[in-house]
Design a protein around this ligand. Structure first.
Ligand code: ARG
Length: 752
């Protein structure tokens, strides 16, 4: 009898939970008001103060935004502080660019991994920054009441900007902080974020790609997954603890908080929360907006990226040096390419357009039921739709021009970096005043000297033969896809001269332009001349591509002029229509948390995916012929001898990855996945194929976050790499097992 009641309770409790969608990327400052009670019910054991506090240290102080900008307004990934000496965990794919930059044929850290065995061996990364959130404030009331309701478009934008600049300046405390103000709910709310930005972030460890990127692009965005997607950095500060540029004097950061790491592992339905910097979602997009994406926006991206990848790959497969040079760019584009394909597929399969249409119908009915509402909101959906329709006309040329023209080949992108210098040379020529002329000359030689220093960096990751082929393929696409009034004059000329042979055009441009060759660019910078740069075919093409992009972007923007007002009103109306619903703001690269549970899923009829994968699965997938599925001999040996140390699961197996139903997106990569006690149980690193439309609509039954288990991370550091000194730095937690009573929930078959 007793047992039976337990079954009933368990069934109600757990089946309810299983159905509950854990949608939402919530703002830390509202945790107490909006989420805390719910989180507690689901398994959170910390107090709101322990999680988000601006007066004392709290969990949020261990969450880091990673960027390549000294004053970031967004973050490409998330990291978390895991030791009292500023040690930081993030994903391997987040550290990939840094690892690649340190790699050469002699030291191929991508292939072999990298482990600093002492702090002296840790590698600085120029430009990489780590931002810590000091506090966030709602500044809506400092902004919107000052803006007239009738103010729209660029006037509205600049009026808002004027106010936010003032707010930012006041909060920055003379440059001590980086302050960012962002719009939420499509301009209905504004929040200010104060960050401390640390600029000395060193690489400490990375597994070989055969672990950190196991499964490669084939497994990317997919479950079941077997990737050890982690890398390790350390944040350094000036001796007084303040942020500082790299210097030998710097010391490891003493953080306000670091996350303990749990060795307990996960069970299905366990509470899980994730903190980080999700980049962008468009969950409130209309059906027409979706159509815009899938019909006009994604297809050119998919086509061009596919061509680029194919061209790069030919060269990368043939030569290790080239493979290293392009590894990071390739990974980024390959990831995006598959993402766009997956989104298109997801939108269609999950009938996201149908869902939206249904919602819009309900919305319109609600609007029309009341005269005031009709007056205010009667046209918002059609206004949004009209804007999308006219944007659709402008988007295709804009995308092609951007990603095959300026963003097509390395030579054109590099030429663009010389625009500033060319502008200075032009001004010098026009200057009559002798004194001013001398000053300008001095500025030019200073700028050139600075650029000479950058040459080695640029050409370290450049291969002329590869780029020439990329140029040929990209320029060909440009020529084919864009109307004649958007063709650069020089391209038309070269097309005629070379009978439409784009490889011959490429040969000509690469031979004549200085931007394909380090020695030629250096010679130019030593004696910069306006005449020379103005005749350089790479530079001329770049300028002409640029002019066309400006035209295309003008057309595109015109189409969207009425969009922001309509979207603002639509959001306002939706919130009015559903006063009981907790709306969460779209992701915008600000700190968020999401909570849910460890959970399996059913990708298709008769198929269930378990919530964990194991090292045995790594071995199962091994394919010595395919470089995405190579298993390092050392890892095989550890598997064969079951030498898992304290990192094994209760059942003696080595867990590699697990799933949760948390709501994350790009930018969350590297985010800590924590249990109810705020202990690290894993690192979030991906989403799943069946729910790729998740940035446009949350899919409760299918959407999962893919996490690398913290124990696998520690196992690789300790047992595989022999870097146990890093594990010694961590605060490890392990629950001592309690004797199991017969009537505990674990005994109850809760699934059936
Ligand atoms: N899809 C992941 C993301 O966007 C990146 C995974 C990187 N791994 C890979 N095999 N490319 O965050």
């Amino acid at each position: 009898m007793k047992r039976f009641t337990y079954v009933i309770v368990a069934l109600i409790l757990f089946s309810g939970m299983k159905l509950k969608a854990d949608e939402g990327m919530w703002l830390p400052m509202f945790i107490d008001r909006l989420n805390y009670v719910d989180m507690q019910k689901k398994g959170l054991q910390l107090t709101p103060e322990e999680i988000y506090s601006i007066n004392s240290s709290s969990l949020k102080d261990a969450i880091v935004g990673l960027s390549n900008d000294p004053k970031p307004s967004g973050y490409f990934c998330t990291g978390e502080i895991v030791s009292s000496q500023g040690l930081l965990f993030t994903n391997h794919h987040c550290g990939f660019d840094a690892i690649q930059k340190h790699s050469t044929v002699e030291h191929d850290y991508l292939a072999d991994g990298f482990w600093a065995m002492s702090k002296e061996e840790e590698l600085p990364n120029e430009g990489l920054t780590a931002s810590f959130l000091v506090r966030m404030d709602d500044v809506t009331d400092s902004i919107l009441p000052m803006i007239s309701d009738t103010l729209e478009g660029s006037d509205r934008k600049s009026a808002i900007k004027e106010i936010t600049s003032r707010l930012k300046k006041a909060a920055a405390e003379d440059g001590k902080y980086n302050v960012v103000v962002k719009s939420f709910f499509d301009g209905n709310e504004y929040y200010l974020f104060v960050y401390q930005v640390f600029k000395d972030v060193r690489l400490v460890g990375a597994p070989p790609s055969s672990i950190g990127k196991y499964g490669g692009d084939t497994d990317n965005w997919m479950w079941p997954r077997h990737t050890g997607d982690f890398s390790i950095f350390r944040v350094y500060t000036a001796p007084d603890g303040s942020p500082a540029e790299y210097s030998e004097e710097n010391i490891p950061m003493v953080p306000k908080h670091h996350l303990p790491v749990s060795l307990d592992g996960v069970k299905e339905n366990d509470f899980a929360m994730i903190w980080g910097f999700p980049g962008s979602t468009e969950r409130y997009l209309t059906a027409e907006g979706l159509n815009f994406k899938t019909e006009y926006y994604f297809p050119p991206l998919i086509e061009v990226f596919g061509k680029k990848l194919e061209t790069w790959k030919k060269h990368m497969d043939a030569d290790q040096a080239v493979r290293i040079k392009y590894a990071s760019q390739y990974a980024g584009i390959a990831n995006g390419w598959k993402y766009f394909i997956g989104q298109n597929r997801g939108v269609e399969k999950l009938d996201v357009v149908g869902q939206k249409k249904e919602y819009e119908k309900k919305f319109q009915e609600w609007v029309e039921a009341d005269a005031d509402r009709k007056e205010k909101y009667g046209n918002v959906i059609t206004d949004i739709d009209d804007a999308y329709k006219s944007m659709a006309d402008g988007i295709t040329p804009l995308i092609y021009a951007s990603i095959t023209g300026i963003g097509g080949s390395g030579i054109i992108g590099y030429a663009q970096e010389y625009s500033g210098l060319q502008g200075m040379l032009k001004q010098l020529k026009e200057e009559k005043d002798k004194k001013k002329k001398a000053k300008k000359e001095e500025n030019i030689s200073q700028a050139s000297e600075g650029m000479i220093e950058g040459i080695a960096d640029h050409f370290k990751d450049y291969d002329m033969a590869t780029d020439r082929d990329v140029f040929a393929e990209m320029t060909k696409l440009y020529y084919e896809k864009l109307p004649s009034d958007m063709q650069p004059e020089l391209l038309t000329e070269l097309y005629k001269k070379h009978d439409g042979d784009f490889y011959a055009i490429a040969d000509y441009v690469f031979e004549k332009s200085m931007f394909s060759d380090a020695a030629k660019t250096e010679a130019f910078l030593k004696d910069p001349s306006l005449k020379v740069i103005n005749k350089d075919p790479g530079f001329v093409l770049m300028q002409q591509f640029m002019a066309n992009i400006m035209t295309a972007s003008g057309n595109y923007k015109k189409g969207g002029a009425t969009m922001s007002k309509a979207k603002r009103l639509y959001m306002q109306a939706m919130r009015e229509m559903e006063p009981e619903r907790y709306f969460y703001p779209d992701a915008n690269s600000t700190m968020r948390f999401t909570y849910g549970q460890v959970l399996s899923y059913d990708p298709q009829d008769a198929v269930t995916y378990d919530y964990v994968t194991h090292l045995s699965g790594v071995i199962e997938k091994e394919d010595s012929e395919n470089n995405e599925f190579i298993v390092a001999p050392k890892l095989k040996e550890l598997y064969e001898t079951k030498d898992y140390g304290p990192y094994a699961n209760d059942d003696g197996r080595m867990v590699v990855c697990f799933l949760t139903n948390n709501d994350i997106t790009g930018g969350n990569s590297g985010s800590p996945v924590m249990n109810g006690k705020g202990e690290l149980i894993g690192l979030a690193f991906d989403g799943n194929w069946e729910a790729m439309s998740s940035d446009l609509a949350f899919a409760p039954k299918l959407q999962r976050t893919i996490v690398v288990d913290a124990r696998y991370v520690l196992f690789i550091i300790d047992k595989f790499a022999g870097a146990g000194h890093l594990v010694d730095e961590l605060t490890i937690r392990k629950t001592i097992p309690q004797p199991v009573r017969i009537e505990t929930l674990e005994d109850v078959p809760i699934e059936e």
